[in-house]
Ligand binder design. Structure first.
Ligand code: ADP
Length: 505
């Protein structure tokens, strides 16, 4: 079936114009056509017909040849000169000019058919119908063609805009200081900027990676499966120098309403930053080692002195001695923490696990806290099921985590001295969970993840409370090495719950 637009419809140019100087001819023809549902307009001179044809749209003109003034042929010739009317079909009507030369003139002047008078109504209707439909189809085709042309033009234009957008986007990627590239939906590389070729021979695959680093393709494919962005630090080989330089690689999905469209990636050179960081770590490691030796002997001599002097416990001197020992202990912890950080950096924080009753570790930690704090200033409650079970852990390191949680809980709760330690054993998950809850200053939502980062301290509280921001970093490393999880939930001004879980096996 033809689409609707090809069907002759009466709505486009449905009028037929009849031109005749004879009123009664006009009348009978009009009636004849109207009886077949055609819409009819009339003119009784050539001049009037021209005026109407210019103004209106007709599907067909039935033109009497013999008229006073302009005759039918003249009218037809004039209509053929106007672009608006030149395609309108014409049927000439004539009683007299039946000679061949007249008929040929009729055709030559642009008319399309010829009917002689007296008119045979059936013949005329047949011709009218044919011309009428042809003309309607013609016009409909024209309209379709016009709209097709318009669409083609539109498409061409949007192709041009798209191309210029792509060019613009690629120009932007070219001007970035980073290596930039895009990948298609399937993860194949589509575009790379010029900086890419400092690190890769071709744009078919990623640059060569240091043998100790993770494989980019594998990591990216893992992210693709999860529809997630990739972020990793990786050393890639510079083609000119042969050196590996640290880069931060980020590949982010670009989504449209149907999901992931493609991926945009960058390699940012962080090698200088890495070197500075490494120097800083080395300095920390050397400094803490160098500080540790004299501190150990200070500690030993002060203990010796304390024993020798046998001070009266009530005396001011004995008070000073205790203060000195407390401060030495603090310094010792600080240095020990710094040493732990450098051990973590060098991958040397070793965990030696053996089965231990976790409950004992918890009560040891609580005991230590109570002994080292003013009794009136802390109140530690135990809730939950006590894990009187053997758990494979590094006892000293887990105690360190607990002491850290408890010390923080007290330190960051200047207005409230209550701390609750809650334990749960989850048989199904085969893990044990320890919560340390305080009712202190709390941590804003968006900073909660960051507190486990190295040297991170919450700005709002960093001036009021002393610290280096490494305790929780060490805790998270210790728990990570136990294959457990660590985290916090907290509300500002209401308090925090720090927790860790440990696998039972
Ligand atoms: P430090 O306490 O030495 O700063 P930590 O690594 O132990 O370092 O803690 C990091 C940061 O986390 C702290 O500076 C503090 O801002 C925040 N924080 C830790 N524990 C708590 C807590 N119980 N309540 C509120 N803030 C805390």
């Amino acid at each position: 079936m033809l689409p609707n637009i090809y069907k002759p419809t009466k709505t486009i140019h449905s009028m037929i114009l009849i031109v005749d100087d004879n009123e009664s001819n006009l009348y009978s023809l009009k009636k004849l056509l109207e009886s077949k549902d055609f819409q009819v307009d009339t003119a009784n001179s050539g001049e009037e017909a021209l005026g109407k044809a210019i103004k209106n749209n007709y599907a067909l003109i039935i033109l009497d040849v013999q008229m006073p003034g302009m005759d039918g042929f003249e009218v037809a010739e004039t209509l053929a000169d106007y672009s608006k009317t030149k395609e309108v079909p014409i049927i000439f009507l004539s009683a007299v000019n039946t000679e061949k030369k007249f008929i040929t003139r009729g055709y030559a002047s642009g008319g399309k058919d010829y009917v002689t008078k007296p008119v045979d109504p059936e013949i005329l209707l047949l011709k009218v119908k044919t011309f009428y439909n042809l003309q309607e189809q013609n016009l409909a085709m024209k309209k379709t063609q016009e709209s097709l042309e318009l669409e083609v033009k539109g498409r061409r234009e949007s192709q041009v805009t798209m191309k210029s957008q792509i060019d613009h986007f690629q120009l932007m990627l070219e001007s970035l200081p980073q290596i930039a590239f895009t990948l298609n939906e399937e993860g194949n590389i589509e575009f790379v900027n010029q900086k890419w070729f400092k690190y890769a021979d071709s744009d078919l695959d990623f640059p060569e990676v240091h043998e100790d680093d993770l494989n980019i393709r594998e990591e990216f494919e893992r992210c693709m499966r999860k529809n997630k962005a990739l972020e990793m630090e990786v050393r890639i080989k510079n083609k000119d120098t042969g050196d590996y330089r640290y880069h931060l690689l980020r590949i982010t999905p670009v989504n449209d309403e149907n999901g992931i469209k493609n991926w945009v990636g960058t390699f940012t050179d962080i090698d200088d930053q890495k070197k500075v960081e490494k120097e800083k770590d080395e300095f920390l490691s050397i400094a803490s080692h160098e500080l540790k030796t004299p501190l150990t002997s200070i500690k030993a001599y002060v203990q010796l002195l304390d024993r020798k002097l046998k001070l009266d416990k009530q005396s001011a001197e004995a008070g000073f001695m205790t203060k000195v020992q407390d401060q030495i202990e603090k310094l010792n912890t600080l240095i020990a923490d710094l040493l732990d950080v450098s051990k973590i950096e060098n991958g040397k924080l070793k965990i030696s696990k053996k089965p231990v009753i976790l409950e004992n570790v918890i009560s040891n930690a609580v005991e230590t806290i109570i002994q080292t704090h003013d009794e009136n200033k802390v109140k530690i409650d135990r809730h939950g099921v006590k894990p009187d079970i053997l758990v494979p852990i590094d006892e000293i390191r887990i105690e360190q985590v607990l002491i850290n949680f408890l010390t923080n809980a007290i330190k960051y709760s200047p207005q409230n001295n209550q701390v609750i330690v809650t334990t749960f054993v989850d048989e199904e998950e085969q893990e044990v969970r320890v919560n340390v809850t305080d009712f202190g200053i709390g941590i804003p939502d968006f900073k909660q993840d960051a507190v486990f980062r190295k040297f991170y301290r919450v700005e709002e509280s960093s001036l009021q409370f002393q610290g280096m921001g490494i305790g929780l970093f060490i805790c998270s490393e210790i728990i990570k090495q136990h294959h457990g999880t660590i985290g916090v939930s907290s509300k500002v001004d209401e308090g925090s719950t720090f927790f860790f879980t440990l696998p039972l096996n």
